[in-house]
Design a protein around this ligand. Sequence first.
Ligand code: HEM
Ligand SMILES: *[C@@H]1O[C@H](CO)[C@@H](O)[C@H](O)[C@H]1NC(C)=O
Ligand SMILES: *[C@@H]1O[C@H](CO)[C@@H](O)[C@H](O)[C@H]1NC(C)=O
Ligand SMILES: *[C@@H]1O[C@H](CO)[C@@H](O)[C@H](O)[C@H]1NC(C)=O
Ligand SMILES: *[C@@H]1O[C@H](CO)[C@@H](O)[C@H](O)[C@H]1NC(C)=O
Ligand SMILES: *[C@@H]1O[C@H](CO)[C@@H](O)[C@H](O)[C@H]1NC(C)=O
Ligand SMILES: [Mg+2]
Length: 249
Amino acid sequence: MYFQRLIFLCTFVKLVHGAAQNSHPADHHQWIAPTKSDVRSPCPGLNTLANHGYLPRNGKGITVPMILDAALPAKFSLLSGDAPTALDLDALALHNLVEHDASISRADFGLGDNLRFNETLFKTLANSNPGVNYYNASSAGLVMKERLDMSIKTNPNITNTPKEFAVRIRESAFYLSVMGNVSTGVAPKQFVQIFFREERLPIQEGWRRSKRLITAESMDDMSNVIAQAANWTATQSCEDLILGPNLVI
Ligand code: HEM
Ligand SMILES: *[C@@H]1O[C@H](CO)[C@@H](O)[C@H](O)[C@H]1NC(C)=O
Ligand SMILES: *[C@@H]1O[C@H](CO)[C@@H](O)[C@H](O)[C@H]1NC(C)=O
Ligand SMILES: *[C@@H]1O[C@H](CO)[C@@H](O)[C@H](O)[C@H]1NC(C)=O
Ligand SMILES: *[C@@H]1O[C@H](CO)[C@@H](O)[C@H](O)[C@H]1NC(C)=O
Ligand SMILES: *[C@@H]1O[C@H](CO)[C@@H](O)[C@H](O)[C@H]1NC(C)=O
Ligand SMILES: [Mg+2]
């Protein structure tokens, strides 16, 4: 299916993978909260890397090689800014490029702030999988369904095509894999909450980078479970208009 062929974000895990390797509390990869002049993105992953100094802490002038060798989302993101070779993280809030509605922790573009973390909206994930201290692939899928239902009810301009669904699945698999067990998709609630709320690697709480590399393949099984639990249906079909006629993905 269309959305299954969309490769998204996964290669970027290399970065997080490399990142945590050398992390000691005293080194220059300490977590430091962004200042008022620093810019951040709608992506907790990239923001975390900037907060730890793996990307420029001001969030500005980020180049593709800084993020990685080559990947689709990087190309997308470069289309969202003015500069041909670098971007500031806030450029990633450009709606319907990578940024989409029904995010876990940000408001829909048509409803509010699609860039910054929102605790009210994040409560859906925070309170999910009650009774245990971890999230997993089925709870992640249910969270996606709940957030989408909220958006469908309140946002008359929602964009919800197979493309958005594919991206959202990948993002859910991403937080489970980065903060939890790469093989099972079981992730401690505490780690996931710190990642979203503080955009910090929870090293002092006991998080360690995964020894197993996170790849598209490693996320395959949990993505299927997530997709099933999300019980998704499209609001619209895919359009290529957003990318223009010459960019077929
Ligand atoms: C370093 C590894 C990364 C991790 C762990 C990660 C994780 C995530 C997660 C969990 C979300 C969902 C947030 C939400 O729904 O509230 C997200 C959203 C996003 N990510 Fe990343 N990501 C990573 C890398 C990247 C890269 C390299 C890009 C560059 C283009 C990117 C661009 C985005 C954008 C634009 C969103 C906003 C989508 C939305 O929620 O509307 N991410 N990411
Ligand atoms: C939806 O889009 C229409 C037309 O562009 C606009 O007038 C309206 O304000 C939008 N509403 C929301 C909630 O985004
Ligand atoms: C967070 O989202 C809720 C629900 O959409 C909204 O009422 C609230 O104003 C938002 N908070 C901030 C700080 O944007
Ligand atoms: C996720 O955790 C819940 C609560 O323990 C459990 O009922 C559910 O079966 C788990 N899902 C998966 C895919 O293991
Ligand atoms: C992930 O879970 C599997 C299956 O329960 C287990 O064998 C493995 O040790 C776990 N990996 C880590 C890094 O804890
Ligand atoms: C899945 O969605 C369909 C409609 O799209 C609905 O009829 C069905 O009850 C849903 N199943 C679950 C388990 O939510
Ligand atoms: Mg969004």
